[in-house]
Ligand binder design. Structure first.
Ligand code: GTR
Length: 333
């Protein structure tokens, strides 16, 4: 029997060790072997999934498959707060997030979550594509997340198991909110009993009566089938908080400038695709839930609602930097 020569054996060991380090994400992965993992809370056919799939396709094409990205749709890689932690650790490479779950981590995200701040979608887009986006991108970078582009998320409204026409109707009702202090205070200021819960637990919590309602845009209300258990949708349109398409700073730091530019361009183009798809889906989702017998309660006058928001502004837009940003956004044409 021929003894195994020393050198190849050592080489084999080195190769196995390198592969193991690669799996653990510890070694520098050769450019040719990049395989990125992406998180999406929604299903693949939701506007955000469509946007993310456009992003990954464009990046693959423009890097000749050097950077291959796979999006795990429908929260397969975990709920929102866990996914944010994983992005920060670098075990998830890219994702689309609503900005509310960053409220406690990145102060400027509170500004774009503020109730009744934006006059309409165009106003929100001008802010997030401009000064608000710049401030938020800086704050997110500080926590290990690189913002590449901004997705639409429409207006959020309250939906419940009993009709709600005025803030008085909400008194004492348990309303699900995202994990964010601002959201807890906002719901409290409206007189409700805020209940932070992961998105994936809202349906069963409505069904079992753990909560009496939640709040979201038309597409989320429809795609999650929450409308089957919470049959009243009151168009409070209290927040227009947008979303981010982002990559982990750990990945970003290993990219050269040319690849960074490819990712930025692809992300911007994916946002245009997401926004078009979003506008269509809002209409379709509304039609679907109305056809399914949901009662839409039109809130014609939002003044009684916005009048209660003073304490939220006092707490979350008090800091000089954030107050200046709020003023700048309000002054936008
Ligand atoms: C949706 C948003 C999700 C998530 C969800 C929630 O509108 O797209 O990212 O934030 O709301 O309420 O948890």
């Amino acid at each position: 029997m021929t003894p195994t020569p020393r050198r190849p054996r050592r080489a084999l060991f080195a190769a196995v060790a390198a592969a193991a380090l690669g799996v653990l994400g510890l070694g520098a992965t050769p450019a040719a072997a990049q395989e990125w993992r992406g998180w999406n809370i929604h299903a693949a056919d939701y506007p955000n999934g469509i946007g993310m799939d456009a992003f990954t396709r464009l990046v693959a094409e423009r890097t000749n498959n050097r950077i291959r990205m796979r999006t795990f749709h429908s929260a397969q890689l975990g709920q929102q707060d866990e996914a944010i932690q994983q992005m920060r650790l670098g075990t998830i490479d890219f994702a689309n997030f609503n900005l509310s779950p960053f409220n406690n981590l990145a102060p400027s995200t509170n500004v774009v979550t503020l109730p009744f701040l934006f006059r309409n979608v165009a106003h929100m887009q001008a802010a997030i594509d401009g000064p608000a986006g710049e401030a938020i991108a800086r704050d997110l970078e500080g926590i290990g997340i690189i913002a590449l582009s901004w997705y639409d998320a429409g207006a959020r409204s309250i939906y419940t198991t009993r009709p709600v026409r005025t803030p008085a109707d909400l008194r004492g009702m348990k309303i699900r909110v995202q994990t964010s202090d601002l959201w807890i205070d906002l719901m409290r200021a409206l007189g409700a009993n805020p209940t932070p819960l992961p998105f994936g637990e809202v349906f069963t919590s409505l069904q079992s009566g753990v909560i009496d309602g939640a709040e979201n845009n038309w597409p989320s209300y429809e795609s999650t089938r929450h409308f089957e258990v919470a049959r009243f949708y009151s168009t409070t349109e209290h927040s227009n908080v947008p979303e981010v398409l982002a990559v982990s700073r750990q990945r970003w730091q290993r990219l050269n400038e040319a690849d960074r530019a490819i990712l930025r361009d692809a992300a911007r183009e994916s946002a245009a695709i997401q926004r078009r798809s979003w506008a269509e889906r809002e209409t379709v989702s509304r039609q679907r839930v109305v056809a399914a017998g949901v009662t839409v309660i039109e809130i014609a006058d939002r003044t009684p609602w916005s009048a209660l928001m003073e304490p939220v502004y006092a707490k979350y837009a008090a800091d000089a930097r954030l107050a200046a940003l709020v003023r700048q956004i309000r002054a936008m044409p």
